[in-house]
Design a protein around this ligand. Structure first.
Ligand SMILES: [Fe+2]
Length: 195
C-alpha cells in the first residue's frame, strides 16, 4: 500500500467531517453497544451519515484519484485532532486488492467511484492447520456503504471492475499515529468454503 496525506477542502467533505464528529462524540459513552449484527452503534450511525452524504453528492477532488501502478493507494484525508476517527480515500486500479486483514477499530466504507468486491473470511482449523475460509462476498457499487466491527471483521477488498475504484473509509482510530487501521494481515492457505 502507498500512503499519502491529501486533504479535501470541499464544503461537502467538511459537512461529512462535522456530521461524523457529531455522531462519534455523541456515542462515546455507548461505544460498546452493538446491534444484532455485531456492529457497534457508532459504526451503524456513521454508516448512515456516509450513506446520506454520498446520496446528496460528494464531489471527488482530482488529487484523491491519484494512484500507484504497483499498489493500491491510501490518501489520508482527515484525522480528527482528538484521534477519535480518521477518513481515508482508498484507490485501486483494476486487479489491485488489499491483503486479507482485520482492523483495530470499527470501520465504515462507501464507494465513490467504480465497483469493489468485499470478501469476508473466517480463520478455521482444517486438517490441523489454520486456514482462511471465504464465507461471504459482497459487490459494492457507487453509493453502497458497509460497516464492520472487530472481532469477526476479517476481509479483503478488491477492484472488481475494469475502471479506477475509489472508496472512502472511516475508522474509529488515529491513522496518523498508527499509519494504518489494519490490525493484522493474514497470510494463510485459503479455502473457498469449509465442508
Ligand atoms: Fe478493511
Amino acid at each position: 500500500m502507498t500512503t499519502r496525506t491529501s486533504t479535501s477542502s470541499t464544503p461537502e467533505f467538511a459537512d461529512l467531517v462535522s456530521r461524523v464528529r457529531e455522531v462519534v462524540h455523541s456515542t462515546e459513552s455507548t461505544d460498546g453497544d452493538t446491534t444484532a449484527e455485531g456492529v457497534s452503534d457508532v459504526a451503524t450511525r456513521v454508516g448512515s451519515v456516509l450513506s446520506d452524504r454520498l446520496a446528496d453528492g460528494l464531489p471527488l477532488p482530482e488529487h484523491l484519484r491519484w494512484h500507484d501502478p504497483d499498489h493500491y493507494t491510501q490518501h489520508i484525508v482527515h484525522v480528527e485532532p482528538s484521534g477519535t476517527f480518521s477518513i481515508v480515500a482508498l484507490v485501486w486500479l483494476p486487479g489491485q486488492a488489499t491483503p486479507v486483514h482485520d482492523h483495530v477499530s470499527w470501520c465504515v466504507t462507501g464507494v465513490v467511484e467504480g465497483q469493489e468486491t468485499e470478501e469476508v473470511y473466517e480463520v478455521r482449523e482444517v486438517g490441523g492447520r489454520s486456514h482462511l475460509v471465504r464465507v461471504g462476498e459482497t459487490v459494492n457499487v457507487v453509493g453502497d456503504v458497509s460497516a464492520l466491527d472487530p472481532p469477526g471483521d476479517i476481509h479483503r477488498v478488491r477492484n472488481s471492475c475494469q475502471e479506477l475504484v475509489v472508496s472512502l473509509h472511516i475508522y474509529g482510530a488515529d491513522i496518523h499515529r498508527l499509519g494504518s487501521s489494519i490490525r493484522r494481515a493474514y497470510d494463510l492457505p485459503t479455502l473457498d468454503r469449509a465442508e
